[in-house]
Design a protein around this ligand. Sequence first.
Ligand SMILES: [Zn+2]
Ligand SMILES: [Zn+2]
Length: 875
Amino acid sequence: MENKQTTKYAPGFEDAIYKTWEESKKFAGTPDGRKAFSIAIPPPNVTGRLHMGHALNNTLQDILIRSAKLRGMNVKWAPGTDHGGIATQNVVEKELAREGKNRLDMGREEFLRRVNEWKQLYGGSILEQLKKLGCACDWDNIHFTMDETCSRAVTEAFVRLYEEGKIYRGHRLINHCVRCGTALSDIEVEYKDEMGKLWYIRYPVAGEKGKWLVVATTRPETMLGDTAVAVNPEDARLAAFVGKTLILPLTGRKIPVVADSAVEAAFGTGAVKVTPAHDFTDFDIGVRQKLATIKVIDEKGTMTPLAGAEFAGLNRYEARKKVCAMLEEQGFLEKTEELKHSVSVCYRCGEAIEPMLSLQWFLEMKELAAPAIKALDDGRVRFYPGHFQKPFLNFLGEIRDWCLSRQIWWGHRLPVYYCRDCQSRSSGEEAGVIVSAEKPSKCPVCGSADIFQDPDVLDTWFSSGMWPFEVFGWPEKTPELEYYYPTSVLVTGHEILYLWVARMLMMGIKFAGDIPFSDVYIHGIVRDRHGKKMSKSLGNTIDPLKVTSKYGVDSLRYSLTKQAVPGHDLLAAEENFIASRNFMNKISNAAVVVEREGFEAVVDMAKAESLADRWIVSEFSSFIKSAEDAIDSYDLARYARVMWEFFWGSFCDWYLEILKLRSGGISAGIVRRIFRETLIVMHPVIPFITEKIYGRIKGADDPSSIMDCAWPSAEVSFPGAREDMSAIFELIQGLRNIRSRLAIPASAPVRIIVDTEEAFAKKLSEAEYFILPLTRAESLEFGPAPGSGAANFATPFLKCSVPVSDIIDIKAERARAELEIEKIEEHTAKLEALLTNSNFINSASADVVEQKKELLANFNSKKEKTAEFLRSLDA
Ligand SMILES: [Zn+2]
Ligand SMILES: [Zn+2]
């Protein structure tokens, strides 16, 4: 007797299957003669916990890896984690704060010990979670961006770039996060709109009593560091001021009025204050106009002594209040305005960025960017979808030097050392600098042993930028690097295109000698059911592992994949998971039906004889082609959709229903073969259920795991069978419509009269064995329509009539339909009047107008259907 427990789809069986894959080394990749297919995983942050974004990103990669393997390629998916620089340091600092400690009291060594301890404890968990999702990563080769291999690669790259003169140390304006206490690169800065104020301040002209220039600013506290006022050289209104001297209020310092084309004459009063030490545009003006830089805010966001005794020691917001109060008191404040403006904030903690002059390490980017731009222009690197490519190229074209140094402790320490003796003799930016992979024992210039290492660490994206070749052992020329690099595709969200993808492209070409990947597959983000971004603070996050334990891993994977239209966002809604679980149930139930067919040998599909068999073989061939095409174009949503359409629509709803009728011509060998091979084509998306069922139905000579099966061929197809069957399905569907529209009772004897060409009539007769039971009809006859007392419809191949006068009251049905049309017409008339009323159109919102138009379209189509029904019903 059959055990029901084993056939119903019930989650919880996945771990055992995963274990057998892992134990039999199904995921390991070793170079051989086959074509290689490789992916370097976007390394999750070592502090990370699996969220829906990871689930999506890794499911998509897993589908590509598994399908490439089934299609005969040698695959390798290189896994690992990123040390995550500031992000990780912030997490550990928060933990310390709960214990009442901070890293500065603790000291560098002790703090790093704590971070490492933390990493040991929680660092592997995200990789374990990826296993729960079924990810086929090569777990024998896990990397961490701070492990020995990656650290060596990072040092090597830094030293080479320095020796080539591309890395330099200099005083430049950088983005500084006061909370994180470190410099950030330009693209680690985010922008948010805020309501703020615009202050108009009078700067008196020296020696001309009662005359002043008014400047407008959103950050009045920075005026303490002003070293000029600038106007546009074309601005006739202000031309007379150029060359004059102003008295900077509150300080009494004298500053010049300069002409610079960077000034927008339209902004504020046309005159702008210039603070080269705290604003990027002003810094550039300062360089051009040879202005002094006065740093009035320090790294903690506190006013420096250069801001003046009254302000030194205040934080920047207190200073702002005091500056404004004093300006007002002393009559320098002309007016204030409310203003919505964009504020730059730290991408890690959201604190307002403080641009400031600082001594940092930079990487020249122009030369590195040029070959990356060329690779995109040549089409050697392609984006899916392509519309992300243009802004990406613009970014590369306008790239600025990259500030590499970070004033944090967790990361790759710069391979930079300083000789104290040399530094004491010279104060230049490069004085006493020694860049070396190993710590030098003495200074190569003066021989002194008084040497210390730079305290800064590298931007975390420096090592991530080398990820696609680091994971294969670069700078060693390993067989893996040779064989698996360049990787085949990068799967990523669009939010890290500049931070990460651009760097990988540039570093890959520079160091590994080739592009790191040819294809970049960009997916959307997973939002909540209302389309809101999921976040802890909104409390709308959904834990993917809770979804998998409730609905099964394959249901989660299928739900995500089905929505993964490249570049489009997805919704994590309960009903999607339920729909996917229903699909898994359908597969489980179908397996039971197929198993009843016994275990006879697999047959040659080309030898299919019956119409139903030839049709399903052809449908299957078309399904394989669509699946391959969807995979090759990274449209995995389409892949999931054609799975559903073929398996549920063609295979279950038609083919298995016909099979169940038991009377004609379906070959058990074809059923089993189609089912087995469909499992293979579906396996990449839903690996667990397909492996489980495969295990039950595989033959003695089949591989033990579905992962080792060969992708089926789409070669065999019978185009005529597809045409015939779809004509038959149209007939069946038409008959079903009549039954439901007229509410014909199941027990009523229904006759079908078909008027068609002789050749097609013959085919219908052959198919009678399933047409009659599927429409609950009594008989199929051929001949002209009776002309009265029947319901009729036509398809391109036939005219069909069903005599109904004995079953229903045709007059009453017609009257009912006529009444329905009348009612619909009342509604449409009102809607049409509304939509041509200009008052309504002008006052209603676009959404409402759209809704009304849609409603009208619905009524019209309903009316059309009812009218058609009326026409089909002969009195
Ligand atoms: Zn920050
Ligand atoms: Zn020296």
